[in-house]
Design a protein around this ligand. Sequence first.
Ligand code: S3P
Length: 762
Amino acid sequence: MTVLVPGIEGRSACTEERLLIVGLGLIGGSLAAALRSSGFNGQIVACDPNADEVALGKEMGLIDSGGTELAELLENVSMAVLAVPVLAMESVMKTLAGSLSAAAPNVVITDVGSTKATVRECAEAVFGCVPSNMVLGHPIAGSEKSGVSAANPSLYLNHKVILTPEPDVLLDALVRVKTLWQACGAEVLQMSVERHDQVLARTSHLPHLLAFSLVDTLARQDERLDIFRYAAGGFRDFTRIAGSDPVMWRDIFIANRDAVLSSLDDFEAGLARLRQAIECGDSDALIATFDRASHARHYFDTLLNKTSYQAEYHMQPHGKVTYRVRPGGQAQGRLRVPGDKSMSHRSIMLGALAEGVTEVKGFLEGEDSLATLQAFREMGVAIEGPHQGRVTIHGVGMHGLKPPAGPLYVGNSGTAMRLFAGLLAGQAFDSELTGDESLTKRPMGRVADPLRLMGVAIDTAEGGRPPLKIHGGAALKGIDYDMPMASAQVKSCLLLAGMYAEGETRVREPAPTRDHTERMLNGFGYPVSREGDTCWLQGGGKLTAGTIDVPSDISSATFFLVAAAITPGADITLEHVGINPTRIGVINILTLMGADLTLENEREVGGEPVADIRIRYAPLNGIDIPVEQVPLAIDEFPALFIAAANARGTTRLRGAEELRVKESDRIQAMADGLATLGVEHTVVEDGIDIIGNGNDQVPSYGGGRIDSLGDHRIAMAFAIAALRAGDDIIIEDCANVATSFPDFVALVQRIGMSINVGGDNV
Ligand code: S3P
């Protein structure tokens, strides 16, 4: 009797096959067991040199028939799975080649070998080339147990199977092999033979080698010291795989020699660095390595658990996150929203380049700022934390960064990419900056062009888009630059590059933009001057570490300011919010619209003004938004559009073309969403007119399904809109809310709204 395994039961789509498993060990036996569990009712035949294994396979109900002579078992076989050790492949293939005529006409051959180049070579030696009905593959699953008695129907469930098909493979063969593994509950991937062997050398073969080696080394000493007796959990965890099948692993190391040796070289170099650090008592180097490793390990966990973490963007698209927000609800309470994103990025950047140790409080643990933090770790900076917003950065000085091993990934963040561009332009090494899909569409010419004027060699992809390749070692010279757009990111990029340039770097802005870079540089003892619309600094200075207290982000607070502004009876206080004069456009605009908003407990924290903002409901009126307020509220417009949709009369925005090149085209994305809700509006190139219903109509608008286009602020704005909607608002593609506001949903619930988070069918 076969037990059905939940997760694979009923998956089988290959009941027509007559399957021959060559080699009925753990891997072959588990394949049979998994197929049986999935409801497969085709024939399973097995061939194994050990007659007892075949008999046991039959007794366990895994196979229908079998034997020890391959040539005798091929009749009518439609698919053969070669589950023998890699070094035995050649002789198996020879037998197959001699007797294949007995098999069904469209027979498919596949294998489970742990190295692929050797198996491909075997096929080439035996058949002249890899036959087009042969699909090489490798299930990434195993156990230190062996033999058919250890067959496990769940062995492949949620594991990966890598197929390495040749370019001329028959599509039918590829699909059938894929279906076979999917029926076992596996996730099937494809890659080239070469890549497979390199990846496996690093992720599987090397750790096995280390485990074998460590246990063997200690076992020899054990003869004298009896130390296994005292070995605890760490030893057990690290060495579990040393119990694996010696013959199989001998074959793997011989078969994948070159890739294993190259991964071993890298490992030995790393070990030598650690040895040296221990020898010299270099605690910074030890912390840097362990910290990087520890974070990489957490990242690995989140990948496995498919939870969100900044670096997950690197490897795979986010799982879909959808919000369903019920109409109505309340807007009440005292809240503290997370730390300011702009300041969090800058705190890490300047802290890393400073001399001494910088302590940061209130750091935003969102995916974007975590990506910045990780990028500095990859450049050799020791960073402790974040632990509840606290980060300790062991600065390496202006010239202490190390070349990263690969491209630096900055996630969704235009700020990070543009600021990094300036900072990396001053380094002696080459670097590359990449980001997620949304960032890849955003314009980088605005920083690449002026950096080139400073003497930087920088390449972009077509149309000035990411990735950015920065050639290090250039002699930078200061420039006097009139920014064509009001951009704090461009200004900051040039000031950071200016620190490495000869002479003075001056930047003129067409309208005031956020000045956190200037304030923080001054705070780190690097003088930046300002007169009117121009700021400047001299190259060649240095930064001195200090403490940074990051206030709450007014851009995140905005969603709750608007929530209270549109909800009758609302009363919300947001604590410890940064109210830097270059950021308070939203306060000015809401006040002009008639919002009842007061600043309490105003104070200065670490060079930045901070206050608690209290906002109570009062009816809003449409206004013409003063154009000088636009750069001061640039990130707040998605939420302000919702305020406008609830105001009496028309709100008119102009001079906001920059909104079109944010994480999405925010004018169009908001207009599309407003259209879904039934809010009247007219879009123009640099703005929008929104005709609000005021309180004349309750609800103000309907509900519907909105595409946030992966833009965090579009998603959050429409979530808040539900307070005055007549029906549910369903918002798609919300995973990126975690880039700036990881606990948004919890706070939305806290003020009295009902929001559910789920996948596609929330
Ligand atoms: C930012 C500047 C602004 C803003 C962004 C953060 C910064 O961008 O939209 O979210 O931290 O310097 P621009 O400089 O492109 O206006």
